[in-house]
Design a protein around this ligand. Sequence first.
Ligand code: F6R
Length: 594
Amino acid sequence: MCGIVGYVGKRQAQPVLVNCLKRLEYRGYDSCGIALLGKNLEIYKDAMRIESLEKSLRPNSSHTGIGHTRWATHGKPSQKNAHPHTDCTGKIAVVHNGVIENFLQLREQLTKEGHVFSSDTDTEVIPHLIEKYYQGNLEQAVSRAIVDITGSYAFVAMHVDWRGLVVARNESPLILGIGDKEFIVASDVPAVLDYTDRVIYLEDGDIGVITENALKCTSNGKQVERAEHRIPWSMEEAQKAGHEHFMIKEIHEQPRVIRNTYKGYISALEPVVNLGISKNADISDILIIACGTSYYASLVGKHVIQSLSQIPVRVEIASEFNYSDTVLGKTWVIAVTQSGETADSLRALKKAKESGCRTLVITNVVGSTATRIADETLYITAGPEICVAATKSFIAQLTMLYLLALAWSSAGVRSRASLITELRQLPNKVQELLDREEQITEQAKYLARYENAFFVGRGINFPIALEGALKLKEISYIHAEGYPAGELKHGPFALLTPETPVVALTARDNTYDTLLANIKEIKARESPVIAVAQEGDDEIEKYVDFLIRVPRVEPVFSPVVNAVALQLLAYYTARERGCPIDTPRNLAKSVTVE
Ligand code: F6R
């Protein structure tokens, strides 16, 4: 996700802005820029790093400016798409976080009215709208412009004929750091901590007018006061938003990530998902290729796409596909790779392309190599993931695969409508689970004592057993294996002892009764069982040692809540064992070798 900063005050703005942007670097970015207010705007942009932007800066004595680090969502990473963006007159500059959902309509309308656009971004419509409504008062122009905008935003605007900054917020974080005769605007607390620990959190719908000595905040046209808070965090704590590790911070971002991923694809008027990707009539089947966590997400995708669309789906581990004679006919090949840079997945994608297959990539990183190979791309908008172990990118991949299944669903309107309603409920369900995360710490303390564990599931939750085992082994170094619950008796039973805990995933679907029978078989071998079960499932309580309760959801969406429960279990187990959670040994975030 992008970072935004703004400064008005007694100091020269340029070094403050550069320093604030550096404090946001940990979030990841692909381009950056600043604009300084003077008789004219002085704008610097760089398609790479803040250090190179810094080298290009000329001395400037302005006391007002804005800055941005961009994580591309619309338009590839480049200097032209880097913020700040300006209007036609070059008098207005804007930095923005969030997604303007109706930017295409706005852009079309503004173009008809004579505005000329110079980037591919959604953001650029904001300075043009402000230009359209500007009549000598920037606050009024911003107030009018946001009426036209649908979507999420936190932005900072400035105009050469107006002293100070105007900021606006809706569904994207925006704070104001308060110093002595100075204000620092930012999307995140770490950006302001070198200057002040006093902050105001703006709320949705707020518009702030900031000058060196004053701050005025309005909401719905009425002046409002927002409380001032003191931030007790060190810089490192602030970068993790007060969490102990990036992993737990990222786990907590998941409700927002699910929303961001489906937003814009579900029609507000009818139960329809439109991804802008058509299901070609002469496609015979789908092959999904992926590695690691992305492979497990793909296995869930196979279940849902197949059951909703009736299209046959296979999933292959990319590194295996590269050496296989898999038959590709009129197969549509989908690569799932959060980084878009995994060497095995890139090679598999090239192989599919060379075989003449239509190719699609589902990724988190705009402009990544995979997007340049594949014919089509779908972005999961999880934002940068800093912990090596994937969490929010996995949940975003699942969300996108549900969308794909719903987009091509041959189910009737009523059942599609009810699934879409359920999908929209998922962020709240995940939030409910996160609000009760302490329930998992006891089980984690228990699991942390062992060196081996099994994870079992059936049907759509078998891939989640694989993912749960992977998360646990990666970050806690406990040897863990994911198994289909019905397979244990075909060999692994030999390993079941009181020293081998089994984590069992349940869902209230057609697998439930057999899974319960499997749990009883495991208990008969004296292995302790930790079950993940929905609220209201009283039956299971009789057979297991520990329960992790997850909110009730339609069985098709049970992988989402079950996966989040296992992420928390892995996290708290690793924490109990004192492991370096964000940077596990021998692992890298992006695996660029085959
Ligand atoms: C595990 C994890 C890895 C990745 C795998 C593929 O937590 O992150 O297993 O899922 O290396 O990476 P991408 O999705 O970038 O292709």
